[in-house]
Design a protein around this ligand. Sequence first.
Ligand code: SF4
Length: 311
Amino acid sequence: MLYYKFSDYLKSKYGAKVYKLPINIPVTCPNRDGRLSDKGCIFCGEEGAGFENLPTSMPVKEQILQNSKYIGENYKSEKFIAYFQNFSNTYLPLEYFKNYIIDACAENVVAIYISTRPDCINDRYLEFLKGIRDEKIIDIVIELGLQSVNNNTLKMLNRGHGLAEFIDAVIRINKFGLDTCAHYIIDLPMDSMSDVIEGARIISALGVKQVKCHSLFILKDTLLGELYNNNEITPITKDEFIERTISFLEYLDPNLVIQRLIGRAPEERSLFCNWGTSWWKIRDELEAKMEREGNFQGKKFNYLNGKACIN
Ligand code: SF4
């Protein structure tokens, strides 16, 4: 096995094909609405992370119904993950949040995945989620945007949080027995290979359960787009991206599930996206190189639990 694919994990855990249904609720983000900043992360487009969601005005139950009908028919799937994808889905009063989550506990929904920032989750939200997990017998995964473990990079990205907030959030999520998925941008030009390797090591040491890797999209009408147009930032090459991703996987705990290795962005909104190549061609190239060179996830996962101890 080259790496632990999400599809394999879902099949073994739920015994069937499982699809993520995007759910869109009326939230924003403290890094956009002025609480922390009004500029947002320099790569963030106006839609936040998601591009294919139904309108926020549509009730959660209806979104699940419509999406599950469409996906169920087209992809022959009977089990689903309700995925609160866009912006920071815990950035709203707890009472509202509770209602949205309860509405998502629909028939055939086996898990709820909630995307948010590391500084937008606390014990009160987690306690409620733990209760829902136990009462409804439904898995809960908190997807946290980390992107880089280099604090200087996080500042340059205008993330509005540092590494400490991510560490704190994961420790709390673990304490409540819930799972974390970390989002990580492998090819940030301001990061080095050693940052990416340290990212894999920190994610593994914290007991994060899943990772979603991204390639850097440079979208129109973003601060990053401005830097790109002014030649103040140059994307790394596709070969470097592949090298970084392989090293990232090698240092990662082999039990960590890889939700995705490379992302897709709508081309019409992008100034730069996946080196003008299909995401799946890059994935195939990466997998072929791993096969050829004998690389696999966890190959270098040998650094925890007192590596230097004598006994
Ligand atoms: S935290 Fe997410 S939603 Fe908020 S500005 Fe950054 S990328 Fe956009």
